[in-house]
Design a protein around this ligand. Structure first.
Ligand code: NAD
Length: 459
């Protein structure tokens, strides 16, 4: 993430200082001091934990691998956030992602704080026994600070159910007789995970788009059609169109979002392009997404890259370069791969006018400002990709109660929670002229600040 969350938090607080309905109890000089306290508290993490994991490789070589657990803020509940396995992991990145988790949980009223973890490896370069050791060592090194009521990790890029299963098992061994099911979320269903957790983020990503273009616009059509806000006019024009979508990243998030789009009865969609770390696939009449999901499941997550592989998948498509997906003539671009994909140097080539951030920070701040000024609609990460942490919360609850919900119940609760958030942020987006991202940050910081004030932390 190129932009520092501490700067974003500072800007939101500057905005909120002028907001007369926010923390009305705080007056005059005391209000300014309280805002300085808020900036100090929210722009720094509570704890930065770093370790060098000692791992014996299969060839008997010993290596030490940098690993992090950052605990940003626990005002609203135990720290919560994923563990990323990626070669670019570093302390600043993990601190930033932990702060984003604090704000994401606050925005959606998930009773957790914000945390994040990372291990600086490319997991594709390690075999399964080495990865198992890395997971065990991570828990051993950080076991004192983790736990169902302290800090609850989940999967992130490079980790998944398997790693969470191993980590929970190690936690259970280190703390026999203690509660352990809620120590990690994103586990396999057979191992105490929740039905629907795997699909939750992708479903949530698509739901934010559908809810905006269908539910919110339809419910508020009259008022919006009379509004002089150009965003409202753009959005209304898109609502009744057949939408062409492109989805960057075809992993857990992107593939589920693409499936949701093709199965949606509320909007008329065609997913004309998808991409992964190797290629972009394009078909002007729409791609066979279920067939691509099936193919990737059998091929280590990779999309077909050759005519033979496309034939094997039963998919008709043109094979283009990986980056081409960003510049296609589509209505909606779902960014579900990595951070920093649209930036100052390529933003002018982007044609989509609606973008949905499935990944964290795929659009840099400079690009975001330019797109927003041009009237593009950006549904930001903090709103769009919260489905994972919302269902992680449901998994944690189910583990506590040892009562498990049906998949329908999980998705109902997921969509109810996201709808509640959207009912608050979409009207503010249409009414204030601020970007949706800024509206989300402001609302998250308002909720956190009110709690900090009520808990007596501002003096
Ligand atoms: P994943 O590893 O399952 O899939 C990532 C996809 O992106 C793969 O298809 C991969 O081939 C593709 N990709 C990698 N490099 C690329 C590149 N340079 N260009 C185009 N595509 C590329 O990961 P995921 O779980 O789907 O997560 C995707 C993003 O969403 C990550 O940034 C993650 O941090 C974020 N996220 C995930 C969740 C979750 O619950 N999984 C929740 C919130 C945010």
């Amino acid at each position: 993430m190129s932009v520092l969350m501490s700067e974003i938090i500072g800007r939101s607080l500057d905005d909120l200082l002028e907001e007369p309905t926010f923390l009305t109890e705080l007056k005059d000089g005391y209000r300014e001091k309280a805002f300085k306290s808020l900036a100090a508290i929210l722009s720094t993490p509570n704890h930065v934990h770093k370790a060098f994991l000692r791992i014996v490789l299969e060839n008997d070589e010993v290596v030490r691998i940098p690993a992090y657990r950052i605990q940003h803020n626990n005002t609203l509940g135990p720290y919560k956030g994923g563990i990323r396995f990626h070669e670019s992991v570093n302390e600043d990145e993990v601190v930033n992602l932990a702060a984003l988790m604090t704000l994401k949980n606050a925005l959606h009223e998930v009773p957790f704080g914000g945390g994040k973890g990372g291990v600086a490896i490319n997991p594709r370069e390690y075999d399964v026994r080495e990865l198992y050791q890395i997971c065990k060592k991570y828990v051993q090194y950080f076991s004192d600070i983790l736990g169902p009521d302290k800090d609850i990790p989940a999967p992130d890029a490079g980790t998944g159910e398997r790693e969470m299963n191993w980590m929970m098992s190690e936690y259970k061994s280190i703390r026999p007789g203690q509660r352990y099911r809620g120590s990690f979320t994103g586990k396999s269903v057979m191992n105490g995970g929740s039905l629907g957790r795997r699909e939750a983020t992708g479903k949530g990503v698509y739901f934010t788009l559908r809810y905006f273009l269908k539910d919110y616009l339809t419910e508020n059509q009259q008022q919006l059609s009379e509004s002089d806000n150009p965003i409202a006019q753009t959005a209304l024009a898109y609502r009744d169109r057949k939408l062409k979508l492109a989805v960057q990243g075809f992993g857990n998030v992107g593939s589920v979002a693409a499936l949701e789009a093709v199965h949606c009865d509320h909007l008329s969609n065609q997913v004309v392009a998808v991409s992964d770390r190797n290629v972009t696939l394009y078909h002007p009449e729409g791609l066979n997404i279920p067939a691509l999901v099936q193919f990737t499941a059998m091929n280590r997550g990779d999309l077909p890259q050759t005519a033979e592989e496309l034939a094997e998948a039963g998919v008709q498509a043109e094979v283009l370069d990986r980056e081409d997906i960003l510049y296609m003539d589509v209505d909606v671009l779902v960014l579900a791969a990595l951070e920093n994909q649209i930036h100052q140097d390529n933003v002018s080539r982007v044609q989509a006018r609606i973008m949905v951030e499935g990944a964290n920070a795929p659009i840099t701040e400079e690009a975001d400002t330019m797109l927003t000024q041009q009237g593009a609609i950006i549904i930001p990460d903090i709103l769009a990709n919260a489905g994972g942490v919302i269902v992680s919360y449901l998994e944690w609850l189910q583990g506590r109660e040892t009562q498990f919900y049906s998949e329908d119940e999980v998705f109902k609760q997921l969509f109810d929670k996201m709808s509640t958030t959207m009912k608050a942020v979409y009207p503010a987006y249409m009414g204030t002229g601020k970007s949706l991202r800024q509206v989300c940050y402001n609302q998250a910081i308002m909720k956190l600040s009110a709690n900090l004030y009520l808990q007596g932390k501002l003096f």
